[in-house]
Design a protein around this ligand. Sequence first.
Ligand code: HEM
Ligand code: HEM
Length: 186
Amino acid sequence: MNVDTRTKLSTTTILLHWLVGLLVMGMLVVGVYMANFEVYALYPWHKSLGQLVFLIVLVQAIHRLKNGWPPAVSEYSLAERVLARGVHYLLLVGVLLMPVFGFLMSVFGGNGVAFFGLQLVARNPDPVNVGKVIPLNGPLAEVMNAAHGILGYLLILAILLHIAGAFKHHLLDKDGTLRRMLGAKV
Ligand code: HEM
Ligand code: HEM
């Protein structure tokens, strides 16, 4: 445990946190919106940004593995520490898995994947029904679709809990947890 990080977080931690955090919140909103209202024009953007998030969160996970979690700014109950740490793990691992499930869903579903216009996996067009695709593996595509959806809603719950925790620290405990993540020395 680095003594310095108790009072001030590294620029890397802060930048990665807000970059991943804001992108993921945007991805969740866009994902729910486009899937439920069938806004297919957004799918390529969602897929490309999702892969970008994967690359950034990979850096964040490696940074965490090398440096450990930031120490708490103050003393808290065991229950609170376990809950906070559990939510942090769920957020990090969940955000790593979401793009993997999404990628595999698209590949098995025959829809293909591009990264900002660069084709990574080709579509599998149906020669009979023009505009439709043939799944490479329908059941696996369904499983990945379900995993992507369920984990997405689980992440929304975890993020709401996480934000409630941040504001609990700031408004009730009146400690520096939130200010430290905003770059302040506490
Ligand atoms: C408005 C939204 C958010 C606020 C106010 C917020 C606030 C915070 C604060 C204050 C901490 C430090 C906790 C501590 O010191 O123990 C933290 C840590 C963390 N947050 Fe958030 N957060 C937000 C959104 C997110 C989102 C969307 C994600 C991921 C999807 C996320 C992932 C994490 C992770 C993994 C940590 C552990 C430290 C790290 O690895 O950077 N946060 N957050
Ligand atoms: C951090 C990354 C990602 C997040 C947070 C995310 C989140 C979501 C969410 C919340 C939904 C709506 C689920 C539902 O209502 O059933 C969704 C749908 C979808 N996502 Fe993602 N996603 C991510 C990455 C990806 C990637 C990388 C791909 C593909 C390469 C992808 C492909 C899709 C597709 C095709 C749908 C629509 C599914 C349908 O129409 O049933 N996602 N995403």
